[in-house]
Design a protein around this ligand. Structure first.
Ligand SMILES: Cc1cc2nc3c(=O)[nH]c(=O)nc-3n(C[C@H](O)[C@H](O)[C@H](O)COP(=O)(O)OP(=O)(O)OC[C@H]3O[C@@H](n4cnc5c(N)ncnc54)[C@H](O)[C@@H]3O)c2cc1C
Length: 297
């Protein structure tokens, strides 16, 4: 493998949207599938832990030294669109806002809701990201994945993947998402689709703290309830630990107001969980994934 394909002792804070993170022993940003698979093979053969990140918009990385390799998929973003059938094939690093805008410009309907989610396609499938009643799983046909233990590549059809609210089986298996085949409704009204996409982004930025570093909703909504309402009800909006603050705009967001540490954010997460449990009898489960913490993901 080429020597310069990864960097040693790399600080990850600029690779997360909340702008905190530790230092990884090895870091790589492959720009094609061959480099990506070579890196996974390298970590396997050298017995190194291998973690994948996309846009880092749903992760909290502890400010420690992380042994092993972190691969960021953001440069693997090629995409093809078939205008007649509405079939889209894209690599896992394609950003959802790019996908959303591309679909609208090409008259493909069904991705307008995803414009405000600053994550990659792979991250969105792993998280089963969504908004309102929409989720990317609805448009999925199949996925190409690689098994990090056996190094086998395979294609899985949507019917064989059990998605649940903010959950996919990839959260518990050894499969890494390489690319996805999706279907959107073709031949829509381009002007209307562009307008809806713009409106959706406007609505998001008006109701959520997009102007500050965050990782979106911290907690999953409990059944028949809203995490933001529970946090708001007990008066925690605006509460701070160090530089981490429970957003005054949306109580299910933690924002990094001024050089928050990963510990500030972690402590604020556990404090919210304790207070909501004490006051409401409900355990809030995190949506955000933890890296380098002793915390069950
Ligand atoms: C301002 C803001 C608004 C948001 N709004 C929403 C919203 O409306 N709805 C919503 O659902 N989410 C939302 N999010 C959260 C986040 O953007 C999504 O969960 C997104 O899909 C995560 O993608 P990512 O590429 O950033 O993943 P990362 O944060 O980089 O990673 C998340 C997890 O996915 C895994 N992963 C990433 N790529 C792969 C891959 N190729 N193969 C296997 N595993 C992989 C990582 O290991 C990690 O465990 C928001 C976040 C922000 C900051």
């Amino acid at each position: 493998m080429k020597k310069n394909i990864f960097t040693k002792n790399f600080n990850l804070s600029n690779y997360t949207t909340i702008k905190v993170g530790g230092v990884t022993e090895y870091f790589a940003e492959p720009s094609n599938l061959k480099e990506f698979t070579n890196l996974i093979k390298w970590s396997h053969l050298n017995n190194q832990t291998c973690r994948i990140i996309g846009a880092g918009s749903n992760i909290l990385i502890n400010n420690i030294f992380l042994k092993g390799l972190i691969i960021c998929t953001k440069k693997m973003r090629s995409v093809t669109i078939d205008l007649d059938s509405g079939i889209v094939e894209a690599e896992s690093g394609l950003m959802l806002p790019t996908l959303s805008n591309l679909l609208a410009k090409n008259g493909l309907q069904g991705g307008e809701w995803a414009v405000g989610i600053p994550g990659t396609l792979g991250g969105a499938i792993f998280m089963n990201a969504g908004s309102g009643n929409f989720s990317l799983a609805d448009n999925l046909i199949s996925l190409k994945v690689i098994n990090t233990k056996t190094l086998k590549k395979l294609e899985i059809e949507k019917k064989d993947i059990e998605f649940k609210y903010r959950f996919s089986p990839f959260q518990h298996n050894d499969l890494v998402i390489i690319s996805a085949k999706l279907h959107f409704k073709p031949q829509g009204n381009i002007e209307q689709l562009i307008q809806t996409t713009k409106n959706n982004l406007k609505l998001k930025t008006e109701t959520q703290p997009y102007h500050l570093p965050s990782f979106g909703s911290v907690f999953k909504n409990p059944e028949n309830n809203f995490a933001a309402k529970l946090i708001d009800d007990i008066g925690l909006k605006g509460f701070k630990i160090g530089g981490a603050e429970i957003s005054r705009m949306h109580a299910n967001f933690i924002v990094n107001t001024s050089s928050a540490s990963s510990k500030d954010i972690f402590d604020l997460i556990t404090l919210i969980q304790q207070k909501v449990l004490q006051n409401k009898g409900i355990h809030l489960q995190t949506e955000v994934r933890m890296i380098g913490f002793d915390y069950p993901n």
